[in-house]
Each structure stands twice: as C-alpha cells, then as structure tokens.
Unconditional design. Structure first.
Length: 296
C-alpha cells in the first residue's frame, strides 16, 4: 500500500516531518527512510530539510508492526459467518486498511473489535485476514479469512480465478460495445503516482462488462473481474471515455455525489474448507436508486 503525503509547512528535518505526519516515533520514521520505504523526486535522508508543498511516497512494510492497530466499533454488516471465514457488506466511505491520517474507523479496526483473533492473522499488520479489498468509496461484498489455512486457500482461489466477483456501476456515456472484456495493463500513472492508468508494461488486467441499459447518457453496467488490480474497473472504463458516476479522480465531472457509484453485488465461491458452494448478493444501495430517480 502506497500513500502520498505533502508538507503543509517547512520542516527542519524529514524524520521529524514524517514522525508527525505518520503518527509514528522519530526512530520509526528514520527506519522507513533508511529502508527505502520513503521516496521523493530526489535522494533523501533523515536530516534533510522539507519545503512546503514537497511530496513523499510512503510504502509501508506490512510485516512490520509500526504502530498498534486498535479495535473499535465500525459500521459494516456481516452477511455470512462460520469458524473459517466472514462475508461482509462494506458501506461506502469505510476504508479497508489503516494509513496516515486514517488510523481509526477502518474496516480492519472494526474487524479486530468484533473478532479479536483476526489481529493475529498473517497478511501483515495492516491487513490481517484480508484476502481482497474494495476502494473506500466502493460498497458491497468482501470476504475475510479467520485462520491462516483458510486464508492461504482463499488467496490461491483468487490467483486461479475460482471466485466469481461481480460489480454494478453507473457510468457516464455508453461504450461502443455493449459487452466485452477490457485487457489494458494497469500500473501507477507516470504523471500521478497516486492514481492508476493503462500503461505499457503494467500488470495484466482483465475486466468483463455488460451494459444493462442506457438512459440520458448514463449507463448501468455489470462488471466481472478476472484480475484484481487497484482501481481496475474505474481505470478501464475511464479509458473507454465512460468514467463512473462520482469518480472525479478518473474523469467524472460530478462534484456532489459524495462517492463513486460502484457496488460489489455478487460473490460466489466454493467454501475452501467444507467444499460447500456459496453465493451471496447485495442489491444496489440507496445512493444508486436516488441518483437514478433524480436523472432528468
């Protein structure tokens, strides 16, 4: 997980700036610098001065317990639960992983609060039990492992595309083909490291889609993911000239939606421990129906 942080003022030392911004000790900040977990446009060292507006890219070593992640009440619905795994319905606005300026009220905080044993799971201090993720603005179904063996099996199932994940979204415009598979490789945008883009040499990425209807230049689209890249659906559909409604980061002009209208509505798989076939559905949330009702 990579975060971008920017200096809001001048600082005498980089390590002091990072300690304050990341809410970690000065020694931990120095370790991040020395271990190349902090990057900038030029070579850096702990004692360097920081100029207002300067940006730094932080890549957290997830296996390193930089700070204690606290369990606390967080709003999410448990759709299915057994001794091996959970299937949850994540609300839009709930971020999955803790990070700078966002150490509280994440899904991980909520999971640890309700299921303390998850804190001891492998996967790194930021994502215990998390085998896949949703963007903060995306709502819908996610699964979480409750023991190491289940987690390993679920990860293999994702690798071999044995899990059916489908999303639904509202998008601006209508693509030329009503049904297709998009295959553009995705990586960090060379001009904006915080965003993703279709880039030559990027990670192979496959998104299947089907336009369900188009009305007033807005399309309701069903997506099936064959790979799981960061912002995959958003990047691929923006590249077609059809950014998702509310997705101002990838070309939408909406400024009053408050979220990206993307929802993980279907999750189907064979239980990794019991071999039971499981299928879950969560229909579109109120934000979708309200937007559709208000379309002119």
């Amino acid at each position: 997980m990579i975060e971008i942080i920017a200096a809001e003022a001048d600082y005498d030392r980089l390590d002091l700036f990072l300690a304050e911004k990341l809410e970690v000790s000065r020694k931990r900040a120095q370790d991040l610098i020395v271990n190349d977990n902090i990057r900038a446009e030029k070579r850096i060292k702990p004692s360097m001065k920081v100029v207002k507006g300067q940006k730094f890219y932080v890549e957290f070593p997830e296996s390193c317990n930089m700070r204690s992640i606290e369990g606390e009440p967080v709003d999410f619905e448990v759709v299915y639960e057994d001794e091996y795994l959970l299937v949850i319905n994540k609300p839009a606005g709930v971020v999955v992983h803790p990070g700078p300026g966002n150490w509280h009220n994440t899904l991980v905080n909520g999971l640890i609060y309700r299921y303390p044993e998850i804190a001891r799971m492998p996967g790194g201090w930021l994502r215990p039990g998390i085998v896949h993720r949703l963007d903060g603005g995306t709502s819908g179904l996610m699964m979480v492992a409750r023991d190491p063996k289940t987690m390993g099996r679920l990860q293999r199932m994702f690798t071999y595309r044995e899990i059916d994940k489908q999303y639904i979204a509202l998008a601006h415009g209508r693509p030329k083909k009503s049904e297709a598979i998009i295959s553009g490789p995705i990586d960090h945008d060379p001009d904006d490291y915080y965003h993703q883009a279709i880039v030559a040499g990027g990670k192979p990425s496959l998104t299947g889609y089907k336009v369900l209807w188009t009305r007033n230049d807005i399309s309701l689209v069903n997506f099936k993911l064959y790979t799981g890249r960061t912002h995959q659906i958003r990047v691929h559909f923006s590249a077609l000239g059809c950014p998702l409604v509310g997705d101002t980061a990838y070309g939408a002009k909406d400024n009053n939606i408050g979220r990206v209208l993307l929802h993980s509505w279907k999750l189907a798989f064979m239980h990794p421990m019991t071999d039971q076939q499981l299928s879950f559905r969560q229909f579109i949330p109120e934000a979708f129906t309200k937007y559709i009702a208000e379309m002119k």
